[in-house]
Design a binder for this molecule. Structure first.
Ligand code: MN
Length: 251
């Protein structure tokens, strides 16, 4: 619920970001994100974070400085009347209710279907669309299983840090041996989800290949927006009643 009256010029827009991979080791991206919240998002209708806000998340007792700072920044945006929604990515899938409460974020399931100014729009992180990467999909099913999650949450913090480091190293070496197409979304998976959810617009991240794509699904024109990562660049997809735009800037 909005507590403040909307200020002219900034309302009527909704922002989408993903793959910021915030970590204490990349303060430039963190600073850029906080300025983005204050200068671009303040006063907007909503901000959706579509996963991988953090480079790693070992639990809501995550002890990185960026976790504390981001909670404060996001909370003040929410308190000023702009709701912030968070969907898990493959890096921060352990983020849970405690941090959501601290930061004022509302957790979303992946996928989530929203009515975006009259256009049914599907939001995803994007990793489940990369169906050609069967090894990753198997790993994802295992690690995201409720029993695995429950077990992981009970492990001591230091051990969770160690497991997260090992998982990241494993993912880096696996990526090095995979063809680029395998790590992109599968066109049939995209068509299938658009059809099943009866939407003509999809917004997702994960692939680090920002773009606007057009797909014809059963004769209907659909659009797929891929939001940028925040490494050498930063940016977002912003939508209003007239449509969406993709903005990419140098970091
Ligand atoms: Mn990802």
């Amino acid at each position: 619920m909005k507590t403040n009256p909307p200020s002219p010029g900034t309302t009527g827009r909704t922002f989408f970001v993903a793959d910021l991979h915030l970590t204490d080791e990349r303060p430039v991206a963190t600073g850029r994100f906080f300025r983005f919240l204050q200068q671009d998002v303040a006063g907007a209708d909503a901000l959706y974070i579509l996963g991988d806000l953090f480079d790693a998340w070992v639990g809501d007792d995550h002890d990185a400085q960026v976790a504390h700072d981001a909670a404060r920044q996001i909370k003040s945006l929410v308190d000023a009347g702009t709701p912030v929604y968070f969907m898990h990515g493959n890096r921060d899938f352990m983020l849970a209710a405690r941090y959501a409460a601290q930061s004022g974020m509302t957790l979303l399931a992946d996928p989530t279907r929203i009515d975006l100014y009259g256009t049914p729009t599907l939001l995803m992180h994007g990793d489940t669309l990369c169906t050609d990467d069967t090894a990753y999909q198997t790993f994802r099913r295992r690690v995201r299983h409720p029993l695995t999650l429950a077990l992981l949450r009970r492990l001591p913090l230091a051990l969770r840090h160690r497991l997260a480091r090992r998982a990241r190293a494993g993912s880096e070496s696996a990526k090095a041996g995979k063809a680029a197409e395998i790590m992109d979304v599968n066109a049939d998976a995209v068509a299938q989800v658009l059809r099943a959810q009866q939407v003509s617009r999809l917004i997702h991240g994960h692939t680090h290949r920002p773009a606007q794509h057009r797909h014809a699904v059963d004769g209907q024109n659909c659009e797929r927006w891929v939001v940028p990562d925040w490494y050498a660049r930063w940016g977002y997809v912003a939508c209003d009643a007239t449509g969406c735009v993709l903005r990419i800037e140098d970091l």
